[in-house]
Structure formats: structure tokens, C-alpha cells
Design a protein around this ligand. Structure first.
Ligand code: PMP
Length: 285
């Protein structure tokens, strides 16, 4: 696989990052994941804008312009022959000579940028979408700036492991009695045709897929209500689903052992997945 690191395209075995990199030592970094369908980028502009926001919120310099970044994405897709898959991008506050909590002077320490691809043939035709996911609920003990897409992914990883151990696919996190989001996705329920999902705030990541799906839902005259919901409300809902760049719209069929409806993906989730795939393919660049 060819990867990109600090301005160079290299075989993955030759790409190197310093052991003093603050991404490694302190999780002082941000990331993005953009999906690829038909060899084209889905919602690149949305991901680039969120990346700029994450960098700004953390006072981190962008080592590249968004135009150049688009070129790097396209070049990696080409070099690795990706038809369906993902492009991961990570920017950290670089590698100062000494380990120190204080941020280094950006004029002296350039940020580190790394991009790599993951080839996922069949991503859009995933069997999981036909079956639906089982989720458990866990407490949300993450920090208070979940709107910034940082590389602090330890708790989400632990959440996935807790789900796996329980024989499930993912975990929905709960804070003060209300669902925030999934470990790596936004969470939704559907009741009497109405789509309910938590409103944007610092409590959740502002999903790029979420923004697109809510827009498509409204264009299709579906009713969307942005408010928090509880696990009990979700268990009594007609359907549920998640969204993320790597899963698109993915039905959820069971929450903490309670099947939703007849335990198979619901019509609203299925329709939204179809609309999302069709529309985002059309708009891909
Ligand atoms: N919430 C969290 C915590 C995530 O990690 C992700 C995916 N990275 C999302 C939501 C979904 O965001 P997007 O639709 O931009 O992939």
C-alpha cells in the first residue's frame, strides 16, 4: 500500500513518524475518515471543513491547504486502486525535541500529517446492512469536547470491546440518562415515521453523514426531530439506525437485548440508506 506522510508518497513499510510525535505521546491530534465509492470521494468538502474546525479549536496549524488535501486523497485512491473503501487522515502537533505538556511553537515544530487508505470492496453492499446491528448501552465517560474529532479513541475502542464481549456489534453511549452517540457513529430512532436524533452540541461529533442524511430526509418530506432520547424510548421505538462515513446508514435491530419491531431493519432506515447511497454517489468527486 502507498501512504502519504509529510509531503511524500511512500510504501507503508518505509513511512516513518518520530517516537516524540505528540500524536503518539499525548493523543494530540485530529483525524478524518472519508469514504470512497466508485473510486470517488464522498462528501470531501464536509470532511475538509470539519478538519479545519477541529484544527482551529485545538490551535493547531494546518500543514496543507484543503485544495492540496483533495489532491492527496485523489492520488492515494489512484495509486492504491481503491473503488470502495476509506481514506484516513491524521494531523498531529508534531514532534518536539523534548516531551513537554506545553504546545511547541508551530514555527519551530511542524505538524505531522499522515494519510492511508483501506480497501473495502463491497462496502456499500454490506451484509450487515441487511441484517442490522445489535447494540448495548454503556456510560459515556469521554471528555467534554466530543465535537472535535481527536485521535483519543481509547474509550470508543473499549466500548466496542464491551459490545463484542456481550455478543453485540456496537455500543451507544449514555450521559445523564440520554444517548449521546455510538462509539464511532451518530444514533437515531424512528417512531411513528418521525426520525429522532440528538441535537448538535459539544456532546457529540457533528457527523458529516448525519448532516447529509438529515438533509435528504427533509427533502423526502420525512419529519426530523433533533432532541435527546433515552435507551427506554429507543427500545420502544419502531426502528433505529446509525450513520457514519464508513457505515453510511446502518440499521440497528436490538438494544440491550430488546428487539425493535420485528427485529429486522425497518423501512425508514432502509429507505434512508438507499437515498443516501444514491445521492452521495451522484455528488461524489
Ligand atoms: N460520532 C463519532 C464518535 C464518530 O467517531 C463518528 C465517525 N468518525 C461519527 C459520529 C460519525 O461521523 P461521520 O458521519 O462524519 O463519519
Amino acid at each position: 500500500r502507498t501512504v502519504y506522510v509529510n509531503g511524500e508518497y511512500l510504501p507503508e513499510t518505509e513511512a516513518k513518524v518520530s517516537i516524540f510525535d505528540r500524536g503518539f505521546l499525548m493523543a494530540d491530534g485530529v483525524y478524518e475518515v472519508t469514504s470512497v465509492l466508485d473510486g470517488k470521494l464522498i462528501d470531501f468538502d464536509g470532511h475538509a471543513k470539519r478538519l479545519e474546525r477541529s484544527l482551529r479549536e485545538l490551535d493547531m496549524a494546518a500543514p496543507i491547504t484543503m485544495e492540496e488535501l483533495l489532491e492527496v486523497h485523489r492520488e492515494l485512491v489512484r495509486l492504491n486502486g481503491i473503488e470502495e473503501g476509506m481514506i484516513y487522515l491524521q494531523i498531529t502537533r508534531g514532534a518536539p525535541e523534548d516531551r513537554d505538556f506545553a504546545f511547541p511553537d508551530p514555527a519551530k515544530v511542524p505538524s505531522t500529517i499522515v494519510l492511508f487508505t483501506q480497501n473495502k470492496p463491497g462496502l456499500a453492499n454490506s451484509p450487515a446492512a441487511a441484517k442490522g446491528l445489535k447494540v448495548i448501552s454503556i456510560e459515556d465517560i469521554r471528555w467534554g469536547r466530543r465535537d472535535i474529532k481527536t485521535v483519543q479513541l481509547l474509550y470508543p475502542s473499549m466500548g466496542k470491546m464491551m459490545a463484542k464481549k456481550a455478543g453485540c456489534d456496537d455500543a451507544w453511549m449514555v450521559e445523564d440518562g440520554f444517548v449521546t452517540e455510538g462509539t464511532s457513529n451518530n444514533a437515531y430512532i424512528v417512531k411513528d415515521g418521525k426520525i429522532i436524533t440528538r441535537q448538535l452540541s459539544n456532546d457529540i461529533l457533528h457527523g458529516i453523514t448525519r448532516a447529509a442524511v438529515l438533509k435528504f430526509a427533509e427533502e423526502a418530506q420525512m419529519v426530523v426531530e433533533e432532541r435527546p432520547f433515552t435507551i427506554a424510548e429507543a427500545q420502544a421505538a419502531d426502528e433505529a439506525f446509525i450513520t457514519s462515513a464508513s457505515t453510511f446508514v446502518m440499521p440497528v435491530v436490538e438494544i440491550d437485548g430488546t428487539a425493535l419491531g420485528d427485529g429486522t431493519p425497518g423501512p425508514v432506515s432502509k429507505r434512508l440508506r438507499e437515498i443516501y447511497l444514491e445521492e452521495s454517489r451522484k455528488a461524489a468527486i
